[in-house]
Structure formats: C-alpha cells, structure tokens
Design a protein around this ligand. Structure first.
Ligand code: HEM
Length: 413
C-alpha cells in the first residue's frame, strides 16, 4: 500500500501543528509540538498534512523518519524544490534555496568557499570583538534590556553585513526589510515581494559600484563571480545571505538563553547554572539546543517527487506528490536519538538535521554556530548573573513566523 492509498483512509492534519482556529501559527513557547516526536517514533513516519499557502489549502506528506528525511534532502534528482515552488510560503524564485541541480550548484558555488569551516574559523576574532562591542553597549544602557533587539540582532546583523560590505549607516533599513521578508501572514507574498524589491534595488546599486571599484568584501566577490547571472539572481544572492544569516542566528541566541534559564539540568536548578560550573560543555550544549529548538521553524521547504520512489523506511511515494522533510521530526527519531525529548549535553554522536542536509545544507551553518557559541560563551563569562526579567512563561513567541524565537527577551543582570 502506498502512502497515497493510506491517505484515502486518513484525515489530513493541519500543519504547522501549532496553527490555531484562526489559521495563525501560535507556538506557546520554544518547545516543538509533541506530534514531531510521535510521528518520528510511530506509524509509517509519513504523515498526510495540509498547509494554508496564501489562503489555499495545499496537501502534502510530512516525512518524519531520520533516514527518510536525509534521503529526501540528499536526492535532488528525485525531490525537486523548483517543481514545488507554488507551495513555498514566500516566493523563492531566483534564490538558491528554491533552485535545483546545476543552477543551484552554480549559484551556491559563487560564494561557498567563504563559508567553509576554515574560512569561518578565520572570522572568529572579528566575531568575538563584535560580540564584546555589543555587550559593552548593552551594559552601558543598563538593565532590564531586550536580549534579542539590544544584543543578538545587532551582533548577527553586523557580522553578516561586515562580511558582505554593507555600510553601517544602511543596516537598520536591512533589518526592516528582512522582517517584512520573513514575516508569515496572509499578506506574506506581497509584503515579502515588496521588501525584496527594495532590498534588490539597493543591492544592485552596491554591486554596480563594486564592479567599478572593487573592495575586499563579499559583495565584490558576488559582483565578479555572478556577473553572468540574471540581475534577479545577482541581487537575491546577498539577500539570502543577509536574511538567512541574521534572524536565524539572533533568534537561536535568544531562544537558547530562554531555555537555559527555564530548564533544570542534572543537579542544577537551571541549565545556565550547569554551564557556569561546566564551561567546557558549551559546544556540546549548543549542539543539543540546536537539535531540540531548531530556529528554522514550521518545515517550510516543500519538494515535489519527480519519480516513484521507495524511502529507506520502506514507505513508497508516487511521482507528483508534494513532500516536506521535517528536520524537527527527524531530530526526535528514537532510532538515532535515544530518549529524544531529553536535553542531554553528553549526547554523542548528535547528528541533528537542524541545518538541513545534502545540497541545500545551510551555507551559513559554521558561521551561525560560531556566532551562537561566541555569544553564549561571552554572556556566561561576562554576565554570569544574567537572568530573565519576567517569568519564562510570560515571554511571547513569534506567531505566524517561519523562525522560532521570542518577540523579545527581557533580561537583567
Ligand atoms: C543558526 C542559525 C541557522 C539555522 C538554524 C539555519 C537553518 C538552515 C536550514 C535548515 C537550511 C536548509 C533548508 C533546506 O534544506 O531546504 C538553511 C539553508 C541556508 N542557510 Fe541557514 N541557518 C542558520 C544560519 C545561517 C547563516 C548565518 C547564513 C548566512 C550566511 C545562512 C544562510 C543560508 C543559505 C544561503 C541557505 C540556502 C542554502 C542552499 O539552498 O544551498 N544560514 N539554513
């Protein structure tokens, strides 16, 4: 029996799972919906769901088993992003995240060497300095403060803007454009398209300027290496780095600080206090937080099945079906992560899929991970008395948003 056959007897589940009666995604906090773990551990691991995309119901199959998710993400020849474009919550035309095969490899290839582990390692001192600078600003202002807006966002925005070469005076505007681009509402496509158009106009001017007057920055690299691509592709390359780069990372920092302060760990009242006593555990702790609280929320990347295929679990899919590989579910597959809902800083190995896998594996994974580790390490060292300024349950979480994170994170120290 194929999954399509099973569908005739199964009611499709509304997705994202946190969607409420008004159709708005309202996650109650940083925890992912219990369905993820449930579907990864039981049944076929292939779940018929329905999503509202720009007001239209779009049926799809949610892929939940670890090995199946990897297979879907790995095989671009069978699972196409381009052929699933109409089901993307935002228009990804011209953006590498929405491309397949040779086009994707070509566009990604223009910048990928700047994001390898060694290349990012060379940025460590600069990011450490940027984090220290933002912390000094935070301290000078005094508490209470919003850790997201007053520390995490400036840090990650400046880090990617430094790399690209976006002048400091223009960065606040990028923040506004990026928020509109990533917002997830009824108006998403229109708002996002307008923000992308304005960002595109600005970036095109920057690229043109670099062609006449090269600078030691990534925009100059894009201006040269992507010169034969369409204007659309050229301007959307830096957009994807900017937008993909700061919101995700900033929200990881804020979410992880919230979790560390609101969960006991071993014999410590909070995981934060555990890390104060065991600073060498920071890297492993961040990896585990990435697994459980992935910032890339709501399984936003549908793929179209191009030919009948059998997944490693034995589930069969038919050509034409729409699938969504859920890294949140895969990260809870008990066959790979024993006792998956338990936060365990000694989990080893911890091959989570929160940065994706295969050809679309997050280009900025090393950079994002470095920024998060640098920020948390600095806060633990320099502000050990940091604490939430409200009860953990009072923090409001982004609603209807493709990124997991608090609206704001009030803190004191
Ligand atoms: C820590 C925070 C981050 C998380 C959780 C995250 C998550 C992800 C995920 C899950 C994907 C894959 C989507 C798919 O398979 O379809 C992805 C792709 C991508 N990410 Fe990240 N990301 C983060 C940080 C960054 C940073 C710092 C950058 C900036 C350089 C970045 C740029 C990108 C780009 C350009 C892609 C598309 C890659 C492609 O299509 O080939 N990300 N990210």
């Amino acid at each position: 029996m194929t999954v399509a056959d099973q569908e005739t007897t199964t009611t499709r589940i509304r997705h994202p799972f946190h969607v409420d009666d008004e159709g708005v995604n309202r996650p109650p906090g940083p925890d992912k919906h219990p369905y993820y773990g449930h579907f990864a551990a039981t049944g076929s691991g292939v779940v018929p769901i329905v999503r509202q995309i720009n007001g239209e119901p779009v049926p799809a199959l949610l892929i939940c088993r670890y090995a199946d998710v990897k297979e879907v993400l790995r095989r671009q020849d069978i699972f196409s992003r381009t052929a699933a474009r109409h089901a993307d919550p935002i228009d990804l035309t011209g953006i590498m995240l929405g491309m397949d095969g040779a086009e994707h490899a070509r566009v990604r290839g223009t910048v990928k060497d700047r994001f390898t582990r060694p290349a990012v390692h060379d940025l460590a001192a600069r990011i450490e300095a940027e984090a220290a600078e933002q912390l000094a600003v935070l301290r000078a202002r005094g508490g209470p403060a919003d850790l997201l807006a007053d520390f995490a966002i400036p840090l990650t925005l400046h880090a990617i803007c430094d790399l690209l070469g976006v002048p400091p005076a223009d960065r606040a505007q990028f923040r506004r454009w990026g928020d509109a681009y990533l917002a997830d509402s009824e108006l998403t496509r229109d708002e996002a398209a307008r923000a992308a158009q304005e960002m595109g106009g600005y970036l095109w001017a920057q690229l043109e300027r670099r062609r006449g007057c090269p600078a030691p920055d990534l925009l100059t690299r894009i201006a040269a290496a992507a010169a034969d691509e369409t204007v659309d592709i050229q301007v959307k390359l830096p957009i994807s780095l900017l937008v993909g780069g700061w919101e995700t990372t900033a929200n990881s920092i804020a979410t992880f600080v919230h979790v560390l302060h609101s969960r006991p760990y071993r014999d410590h009242p909070t995981a934060w206090e555990y890390l104060l006593d065991h600073p060498a555990k920071l890297d492993a702790a961040v990896t585990e937080l990435e697994r459980l609280y992935s910032t890339a929320n709501a399984d936003n990347m549908p793929r179209r099945v191009l030919a009948d295929v059998t997944l490693p679990s034995g589930a069969r899919l038919r050509a034409g079906e729409l699938v969504i590989a859920s890294h949140d579910a895969a990260n809870r597959d008990p066959g790979v992560f024993p006792d998956p809902e338990r936060m365990d800083f000694d989990r080893d190995p911890n091959p989570h899929l929160s940065f994706g896998y295969g050809p679309h594996y997050c280009l900025g994974a090393h950079l994002g991970a470095l920024e998060v580790r640098t920020a948390l390490g600095l806060l633990l060292r320099e502000l050990p008395g940091l604490r939430l300024a409200v009860q953990p349950g009072e923090v409001r979480w982004k609603a209807g948003h493709s990124i997991l994170g608090p609206e704001e994170l009030p803190v004191r120290w």
